[in-house]
Ligand binder design. Sequence first.
Ligand SMILES: Cc1cc2nc3c(=O)[nH]c(=O)nc-3n(C[C@H](O)[C@H](O)[C@H](O)COP(=O)(O)O)c2cc1C
Length: 422
Amino acid sequence: MSILSGKRILLVIAGGIAAYKSLDLIRRLRERGASVHAVLTPAAQHFVTPLSVASLSGEKVHTELFSLTDEAEMGHIELSRDADLVVVAPATADLLAKLANGLADDLASTLLLATDKKVLAAPAMNLRMWLHPATRRNISRLREDGVEFTGPEEGEMACGEFGPGRMSEPLAIVAAAEKILAAGDTAIPLPPGVGVRPNAKKSALAGKRVIVTSGPTHEPIDPVRYIANRSSGKQGHAIAAAAARAGAEVILVSGPVNIPDVSGAKTVHVETAREMLDAVRAALPADIFISTAAVADWRVDHAAEDKVKKSGDAPPSLKLVENPDILATVSQLDARRPKLVVGFAAETTDLIAHAQQKLARKKCDLIVANDVSAASGVMGGAQNTVHIVEAGKVTDWPRLAKEEVAQRLVALCAERLAERKS
Ligand SMILES: Cc1cc2nc3c(=O)[nH]c(=O)nc-3n(C[C@H](O)[C@H](O)[C@H](O)COP(=O)(O)O)c2cc1C
């Protein structure tokens, strides 16, 4: 199965003679299971008609920036964000120049500037246009900006000249798209704290009570030493903040962290897993429970009352015993079970399989699976790449700022809660 299966491609067709090849490109993408939304520049419509493109893509074709109907149905920003990858084929000298300079005077150029996804361009133009210093400059600037290219190929041109300028064949463009998608997330991250709409859907959780756990737990060995983990609390705190902004009454049960409490949420500070469970129980009942904290699985059986001293003999051995499982406990409550119970699965291997097992074992409604291997930089970092695991369904989210993950997760919880009621 192609990685394109289930992916959404936004195809921008500009006004070049190679536009006819884009019709075949649409077929090739769709054969591999991708959906294709196409945008045509005014010039492109001299080469291929919106009707042919719509017939082949099976989707509405977009041509106008100032279209009341389109803006009401799917605004230009949404169109540019709702894709997994943006492909420009053919990419004309003109459209590349616009993008290199940040111009946005029609639908295609505006989408290219507004998108948060990777752009793959397949240039096609007369060889003198391609070799012109202005185009060379634009291409190298676009490469610096992260735009990916496929082609152009050398060969005979429609104008009779020979050299570089022919658009890559549709299958080569498909292969380039597959390569980008296989490399993982194609979203271009925003700096932390930007892109979050603090007042968005303010009332989505109005009147609801949400308990969020966050941070690590510290399990004492003696009065000065403890077992901990690298959780920073950033993700859990961001979720509590997003839930508060969505109008919920939020109780944040936080392990020891070095970040401030969340304004708009009542924060309960705890240290150990057992204290965290007690605080969660005390905060019930709730409509939603989101277990983000990295709770220690084990604690030291009988922490020493006094500091353990070096004795000159063998080092002391620590006997570990299992901590209570907060997620499973809350999930399996009878009358007091929150309507929606969400867990996090932080894994370093077999992420999705482990998350699916956890979902079933702990009987929760949704697991947010994230790769916390050292290479991912998630623990303590500002960004997170998560997968939403529900019964029979896995949804991959792109790499996002933790605030954005929080906002999306809260919106999803509001949606699932509403579904449960209806
Ligand atoms: C017959 C014909 C073929 C053209 N082919 C190309 C082409 O292959 N590549 C290109 O960059 N421009 C080509 N152009 C010029 C573009 O259509 C022109 O620069 C136009 O403004 C591009 O608009 P757009 O970038 O908004 O699509 C061609 C023009 C004509 C009349």
